[in-house]
Design a protein around this ligand. Structure first.
Ligand code: GRF
Length: 219
């Protein structure tokens, strides 16, 4: 009752569907969190509009108005700190953060990636999965460290990859679960159920055994 509310900052570059899902889960009372600010490095990012529609402060910070990446990141970090943000959620933020930023907010930055890490890091995770021919892919929420898409993993969802999938159809299947596991990861952190131990994240949650098998088992 009246417990602590985790203060979030969400960094975006584009359409912001994950941002929208986080907003919806917060508004539905499912996560004890509050978005203090949304920051975009792209002026035209639709996510800025989504934030404003929900009366959330939305800032465009132009990377081109700074001479170095660190100066840009310092400006972003200052805005987040001004609003006492406790957890930074990267939601389609298309920039690699420097060690400066990662250090400044050590263990307080999370990201969502559209593949089952450590498979298919970097850009176009869904296309990489289709091209490789895996039968199962999915999405991952992880803490951000100095290496790209390589920080400790909090939660993953697996989906089948069908023979007739292309990048877009697989991306759409994965996105449905992005919209579930990102809010779930934030809920786990907000409720104090997440602990980082070296490379691993220990999560206080129910233990359930099950499998996605593709093609499905017939024996
Ligand atoms: C998602 O696929 C996410 O996994 C990746 O970038 C995309 C962002 O989509 N990091 P949206 O802006 O949240 O709709």
């Amino acid at each position: 009752m009246g417990g602590k509310v985790l203060k979030l900052g969400v960094l975006i570059s584009g359409r912001g569907s994950n941002l929208q899902s986080i907003i919806d889960h917060i508004e539905a009372g499912k996560i004890p969190a509050e978005i203090k600010v949304v920051v975009s490095d792209k002026k035209e990012a639709y996510g800025l509009e989504r934030a404003r529609r929900h009366s959330i402060e939305a800032l465009f910070i132009d990377p081109n108005s700074f001479s170095t990446r660190e100066e840009f990141e310092k400006a972003v970090g200052d805005e987040l700190e001004k609003r006492e943000v406790e957890l930074i959620c990267l939601a389609g933020f298309m920039r690699i953060l420097s060690p400066y930023f990662v250090n400044r907010f050590r263990n307080r930055i999370i990201n969502i990636h559209p593949a089952l890490l450590p498979s298919f890091p970097g850009l176009h995770g869904q296309k990489q999965a289709v091209d490789y021919g895996v039968k199962i892919s999915g999405c991952t929420v992880h803490f951000v460290n100095e290496d790209v898409d390589a920080g400790p993993i909090i939660i993953q969802a697996a989906v089948p990859v069908f023979d007739d999938d292309d990048e877009d159809s697989l991306a759409a299947r994965i996105l449905k679960y992005e919209h579930k596991i990102y809010p779930m990861a934030i809920k786990l952190i907000a409720e104090g159920r997440v602990k980082i131990e070296g490379r691993k994240v220990i999560v206080k949650a129910e233990k359930k055994e099950w499998a996605v098998v593709n093609p499905p088992l017939e024996i």
